[in-house]
Design a protein around this ligand. Structure first.
Ligand SMILES: *[C@@H]1O[C@H](CO)[C@@H](O)[C@H](O)[C@H]1NC(C)=O
Ligand SMILES: *[C@@H]1O[C@H](CO)[C@@H](O)[C@H](O)[C@H]1NC(C)=O
Length: 509
């Protein structure tokens, strides 16, 4: 026991331990070898002999010491490499044709070949260790490829390219061709189109996958930054600047700086959108900072209008500087993980409360939850989304959750109150029968906690669609009241369907 501890101690260097636990937590928490491990018929004994701890594949039964079987030593080394490649694969958010992808793929393939070359001499414990190592490397390869070729990853790329194209045509191209900087105007339409790309990016489903969330975050922060830069531009256009040169001796210089700032804006858009091969954000930041210093040194004390003018130019430069630290953004921060964000936490807290209320309603029926739900809607409305499309989307979805429960309660109460007279037209009664079925189905949808592939999902979807068909078959016979009721019932059924759809679409902030 003692010797084992001494011999293992170098392994438990903090960094290695971190790497190992990280890989373990993020990859091997779930079976990662396509089920191969369960097909592994290793004897019970050799299982129990394995080193306890988070990384069962790491050391063989005896731990690495001189005199250990060379094959086990070799596999130990492989495991060490897996432990260092694992986190890199986990956090890789690029595409298949990126250089980094090729490198990771090459390393993993090499490892796989090395594992393959390990001699097992027909010994079960060696065969088992080799199989495990191979399974883990294959798992990493699948993970890498799976996320880099995932439809959501490709959707992110497509949206990025869409933004690149429109910004190339609308901003970067004209700037490169030296078109008069002050003359060209960034249109409201372009700003709106960029914003639209941002909204669609926020909709991309990541299913909680880290690489996909990172990729979406990176694309989104850049598109949002560009949107803000362009909006700033549209604003200044309305300020009737620059002042004419002869107002004050400083004005001429400020006007020149303004022209440089306009150029910098185009360059920054190019940088953020990956349309610029040469320049770097750091370089541009330095130029802008120098302009700030120069503005600061200008003597404008005597003239309020000029002071004001200078102030606006300074603000513009600061606005541009704000986005220039985005270059490495998304690589080394965990900001893509909005779970830590206060606004998201607020939304989650509200969702937690909604889910308590929902349980209550489904178990015991309505007992005055309506008022609290309305209050939650108001609260959601006040959450600061910081213009982040993902936080906005999270809020929108939370609102839909609250509304689903409110409409259910409304329908439930309406059904309870219903007291049709003897003269109720039969088609009207038919609509209400459908509404009663919808109410039952909605209760099931509210309580549904499964996935799209589940049978119960498909059953629910089918039953809801049937209600739509049933409503379609109702002939109102010219009765306006029935027409209206049917229209509302159709809308309600469609809302339930889209709520079910939202509940299962694997969107994650
Ligand atoms: C992508 O990464 C996640 C972990 O973040 C993993 O669970 C998932 O299986 C990967 N997707 C594919 C298609 O491989
Ligand atoms: C949450 O996200 C918003 C929008 O991106 C940001 O403005 C805010 O600073 C974030 N808050 C925290 C605590 O991370």
């Amino acid at each position: 026991m003692t010797s084992e501890c001494v011999l293992l101690s170098p392994l438990f260097d903090v960094r290695l331990f971190f790497a190992i636990s990280f890989v373990y937590l993020s990859l091997f928490g779930k079976p990662f070898d396509g089920g191969k491990r369960t097909m592994d018929h290793g004897s019970q004994q050799s299982q129990t002999q394995q080193m306890p701890g988070p990384f069962p594949g790491y050391a063989g039964p005896q731990g690495p010491y001189p005199g250990q079987h060379p094959s086990l030593l070799r596999l130990d080394e492989v495991q060490r490499e897996i432990a260092s490649l694992g986190p890199q694969v986990c956090s890789y958010s690029g595409l298949q044709n990126d250089r980094e992808y090729k490198r990771l793929e090459r390393e993993l393939t090499r490892l796989l070949l090395e594992v393959d070359k390990v001699e097992t001499e027909g010994r079960p414990e060696l065969q088992q260790a080799r199989k495990r190592a191979a399974g883990e490397v294959e798992g990493l390869l699948r993970y890498l490829e799976g996320n880099a070729t995932h439809p959501s990853r490709l959707a992110i790329e497509e949206l990025t390219q869409e933004a690149q194209n429109m910004l190339n045509v609308g901003v970067v191209g004209p700037f490169r061709q030296g078109q008069a900087l002050e003359a060209f105007e960034i249109s409201e339409e372009l700003v709106e189109a960029v914003q639209d790309v941002g909204m669609r990016l926020a909709q991309v489903k990541t299913g909680g996958s880290v690489p996909l969330r990172k990729a979406r975050y990176k694309a989104l922060t850049r598109v949002c930054a560009v949107q803000e830069i362009l909006e700033g531009r549209v604003r200044t256009n309305t300020l009737a600047l620059p002042l004419s040169d002869d107002t004050h001796e400083a004005v001429q210089r400020i006007n020149q700086i303004m022209a440089q700032v306009s150029g910098a804006r185009c360059q920054e858009v190019a940088l953020l959108m990956g349309l610029s091969g040469r320049d770097s954000c750091t370089h541009l930041a330095r130029i802008l900072t120098e302009l700030l210093v120069e503005l600061d040194a200008l003597d404008v004390s005597s003239n309020a209008a000029v002071r004001n003018y200078r102030k606006q130019v300074v603000e513009e430069i600061n606005g541009l500087l704000k986005h220039l630290d985005l270059e490495g953004e998304g690589d080394d921060t965990r900001r893509y993980d909005l779970a830590q964000n206060d606004s998201i936490r607020e939304i989650e807290a509200i969702r937690g409360r909604v889910s308590v209320l929902r349980e209550e309603v489904l178990r015991h029926g309505a007992t005055g939850q309506g008022a609290e739900l309305q209050g939650l809607l108001t609260h959601l409305d006040q959450v600061d989304t910081g213009r982040n499309p993902c936080i906005r989307e999270a809020r929108r979805r939370a609102v839909l959750e609250v509304q689903a429960l409110i409409t259910f309660l409304d329908l439930w109460e309406a059904l309870g109150r219903r007291n049709p007279g003897a003269d109720e037209p039969p088609p009207h009664a038919a609509v209400w029968r459908v509404l009663a079925s919808l109410c039952e189905l909605q209760a099931q949808v509210l309580g549904f906690d499964g996935k799209r592939a589940d049978k119960s999902y498909m059953v629910l979807e089918e039953l809801l669609t049937k209600q739509l068909l049933a409503l379609d078959a109702v002939d109102p016979q010219g009765d306006e009241g029935t027409k209206l009721a049917r229209k509302q019932a159709v809308k309600h059924a469609q809302n339930i369907l889209s709520y079910l759809d939202m509940k299962t679409d694997e969107w994650e902030y």
